[in-house]
Design a protein around this ligand. Structure first.
Ligand SMILES: [Zn+2]
Length: 148
C-alpha cells in the first residue's frame, strides 16, 4: 500500500493527495492541471501559504520579500537558481509582504528578506538576511533532513 502525502498546488491553492512513490512522476494538480513540482519559484498569497504550510510531501521554503527592499531584489535570482537545484526535494515560493501586510505580524517577521521553512504544519527553519544560492540550498536541504 502506498502512503498518500499532501501537496498543495502553488498556482491555485488546492491541496492534492499524492502517493508517496509517485512524487517523482511529475504529479499534476487535480483542479487546475498545473505541475505540483516545477523547480521554479511560485508567487503565493497568504491563503495559499496557510494551506501549503500543512503539506507533508515536501517542505516549502517561503521568501518573504518586498519590492522596495534592495537585498530582496538582489537575492531573487539566487533564490530562483536554488529552486531549480532543489527540484523534487523542497519547493520554493515567494510572498510579497508589501502587498500582503498582515503576514509579517502573523509569522513574526521583523526584517526581510526572511526565509521560513514549513513542513507538516510546523515552522521547521528560519533564516533572515540575503543569501547566495549555495547558502539557500544548504538551508533548504537541512529542512528535509529534519522532516525525516
Ligand atoms: Zn492547481
Amino acid at each position: 500500500m502506498s502512503q498518500n502525502d499532501r501537496l498543495t498546488c502553488l498556482d491555485c491553492g488546492t491541496p492534492n493527495r499524492v502517493p508517496h512513490d509517485k512524487l517523482g512522476d511529475n504529479p499534476k494538480c487535480g483542479k487546475c492541471g498545473g505541475w505540483l513540482i516545477t523547480g521554479k519559484v511560485a508567487e503565493i498569497d497568504p491563503a495559499t501559504l496557510q494551506k501549503a504550510a500543512q503539506d507533508t510531501a515536501l517542505p516549502l521554503v517561503v521568501d518573504f520579500w518586498a519590492p522596495w527592499c534592495g537585498p530582496c531584489r538582489a537575492m531573487a535570482p539566487q533564490f530562483g537558481m536554488a529552486a531549480e537545484r532543489l527540484k523534487g526535494s523542497v519547493r520554493l515560493a515567494k510572498l510579497n509582504t508589501e502587498q500582503h501586510q498582515t503576514v509579517s505580524g502573523r509569522y513574526g517577521i521583523r526584517g526581510i528578506p526572511a526565509m521560513i521553512g514549513f513542513h507538516g504544519g510546523r515552522e521547521v527553519g528560519r533564516q533572515v538576511g540575503a543569501m547566495q544560492m549555495p547558502g539557500i540550498v544548504q538551508f533548504a536541504s537541512g529542512l528535509t533532513a529534519k522532516a525525516r
